[in-house]
Every structure is written in C-alpha cells, then in structure tokens.
Design a protein around this ligand. Sequence first.
Ligand code: BG6
Length: 480
Amino acid sequence: MEKRFSEGFFWGGALAANQCEGAWDVDGRGPSVDDHVTGGSFERPREITAAIDPQAFYPNHDGIDFYRRYEEDIALFAEMGFTMLRLSISWSRIFPNGDDAEPNEAGLAFYDRVFECCREHGIEPIVTLSHYEMPWSLAERYNGWASREVIDCFVRYCSTVFARYRDKVHWWLTFNEINNGASDHGNLLSTSLVRGFEGPVSELKRTPQERYQALHHQLVASALAVRLAHEKYPQFKIGNMDCFILSYPATCDPADVLANQAEMRRSNWFCSDVQVRGHYPSYARRYFRENGIELHMEPGDLADLAAGTVDFYTLSYYMSNIVGTHGDLEMAQGNMTFGGKNPYLPATEWGWQIDPAGLRFALNEIYDRYEIPIMIVENGMGARDEVSEDGLVHDPYRIDYLRRHVEAMREAVDDGVDLIGYTWWGPIDIVSAGTGELAKRYGFIYVDKHDDGTGTLARSRKDSFYAYQRIIASNGADLS
Ligand code: BG6
C-alpha cells in the first residue's frame, strides 16, 4: 500500500496567544498569568512576580506583535500552503478579570478579524480555548483551578466565544496540554496554582492533592465545554490536547517495564482516558490511594465527564525519555516533563531528545487505545538560528527534524492510524513557554527580535520555509 496522507489532510502551524500576540494591556485586555512571568533561559528559570516590576523583562507583554501584524503573518502562512492554523484565544482579552459582567467587545472584534483573515486565505482555524493562561485576577482570587468557581467562569467564556465565532471556527480544543497539570511543572501554566507565590517557577511546588483536584476541575470544565458545543453547534468538532512525552523502559528488567507503564499512565494516558472515554481509568483508584489524593466531587461531576467526550484526539510531540528503577539514569531536559537520557538519541541544544520513530510508535499506541481521529497539533525543534552573511537563515537541522517526523507520520498512516492533520509548533519565531526566550526559535519564518528587547520585528523566510512549502504542496510526498 502506498504511504500517503488522506485527501484534505490538514497541514499548518500552531501558535498560542500569549506567546505571539503581545499588546498585553491594550484595547481592554486584562493581564493573564504569563504577563506576571519574567524572561529566563536554559540556565536561569523564569520568575513569577505578584506585581509587575518596571525593572524586569516580561517577554509575553510584547510577544512578536502578532496583534498588529497578523495579516502579514497569515499571508506568509498561506504562501507556505497552510490549510490549517492553530491559534488560541486569550481569555483575558475577552473577560479581562475572568468574571466580568460583559465581554470586552474590542477583544472579540480582534479575533473576528483574525479568523476572517484565515478564511480569506483558505486556512481553517483550529482554536485552543485555554493555552497556558488564565486571567491573572482569577489566578489571584481563586488560586487558579484550585477553586470550582473557575469552572463557571470558563464555561461562560466558552459559550461567549462559541456563539460569536460559530460561523468562523469549527475546530476547537479545550485545554492545551492538560496532562501537564498532573506534575509540579504545570502549576503555573496549566493549573495556575499561583496564589501567594513569588519566585522562580521551578520552586512552585504543590501537593498531589492540590494538583489532581485542580485537574479534576479542568476535566469537568472541559467536558462541559464539549457538551455545550455538541448540544448547540453540531457543526463543531472539539478535541482534547495532550502533551505526549513517550517514555521507554530503561532496560528489559520487568521492574523497569512496570515503572514505565506507571509513568505512561500518569503522564500520557490519565487525562485522555477521561476525556476520550468519559470516566476515570481503573488504575486511578490505586494511584490516588497511594499518593494521598481524595478528590472532592460534586453530584453530577461523573455524569458530566461521561457526557463530554471529545470528537478527536490531539497531541504535542517533541521528544521521548526513558524510565528506570536502577537509580543510575542521567536526566534529559524538557519544559514541563523530565525523564532519563536515551543513549540512542540525539538532543537539541535545550536537551530535548529527538525521536521521530517514537512518533510513529506513539500514534499507533494512541490509535490502538482510542480508535478516534488523531491530529498532531504541535511538533517542532527549538534551535539557535544565525543570520548568515547573505542575510538569510539556513536551518538544515530544522528541515531534517521536519522531514524525519513527516516520514514517521507516513509510516503510522500506513500502519492504519487515522491521522487527519499536522500543525508545526511556532511556524514563526515566538516567545518560548518554558524559558521565555526568543533565542529558542521554532519558526520557518525568522523574526528579528532578541532577548535584550532589541530588533525591528521584521519577518523573513528561512530555508525551512521552502522545505515545508514543498511538503505541503505534495501532500507529504516530497521530502527532498
Ligand atoms: C508545548 C507548549 O509544551 O511546547 C507550547 O504547548 C510551547 O506553548 C512548546 O511553546 C515548546 O516549548 P518551549 O518551552 O520550547 O516554548
């Protein structure tokens, strides 16, 4: 059988509002949690500040100014041949405090323009309702998703944007990488459990009880949003979004295999088991007991979870790790999830292990488990690009990463996986979520903006721009 993608396979890129839009305090927008986080680097963690410190640098405040330059950027995406663009709506652009009496019309109007611009270019928008941000006011007053009150605020926000964009947006995702809320690395961006904390993000620790309770509230909120979409807007398709960090057992010692199974469940399967199947998985009972977790649920929560199962499964895929029990693992890096180094894999400068074959493996595992359509809504490589003497960025490393992952996807499709789309992470350079750097670039389009705040913001095409253009034009066949 020929290895090819279906007709109508979506090719595109993915962005998050807080990492690209900038314009953090204009046209009625309120601050979101990311606006209280300073820039960092590989060596130096970002810091959370309760007040905005005029001396500190907050990279999300300006992003890459997509707010004012979206027309130019979307035209460049169209030139590459995109048929899909993943974007998120900044909740605090719509409800500046999260629970305002009325939505902010200027914020709503901005996304009208963005979605119209996509459609004019024949690009289908897919929108993440919450991509690593909530209005700072909610985080401060309610300690983020620790409080049930936030569920109602979120559902009201969803019902507002569903109604407003019902003719412009048909593809939706609820929470970006919801599963990161299970670990301490998600306390800031996933679950916003930040009340009373200031300091390095790496020191923001919460108990398993706090984390899983917050996650329960998010899972219920997600299910309610899905149900609302299904009841009122039959034209919508709505999916989950998981950060899929594949892990392998470090050795064939059965103890390592079991440890890896536990890690795969905790880190990759737990949330999607709920969002796809509509109930907590059987292994949760023991995990909760052994980790001192007692979820507080309201009557109706389990029924809501059952009624709000998603239409398709989406994931981000960047890397893989290994898990072992022999205490001799050297650790690899990631932005939210960490595991052991795999001696068979190369890594990026930020230590993310590159594993295209793992993508094929992951897609097969996911499809075997759920048998619903899958979309890869993030995949990419952060690298330090140099502008050459000819004024261009030559990025063969990124092209190689892209090709090898598309090749792995093709194999997975041939294996029988129902893969319906692929959106590369950060098709234009944006602010890194993990480190807050601009130097960690993912784009096919270079943005002249630097971590010291300098730069003209001018956009230019890297070599990878043309490589992706060829891949899209050939529906994944031309990897030359
Ligand atoms: C994912 C997030 O975890 O990885 C994105 O959904 C993020 O928001 C991306 O930007 C890449 O991570 P980083 O830390 O290199 O920006």
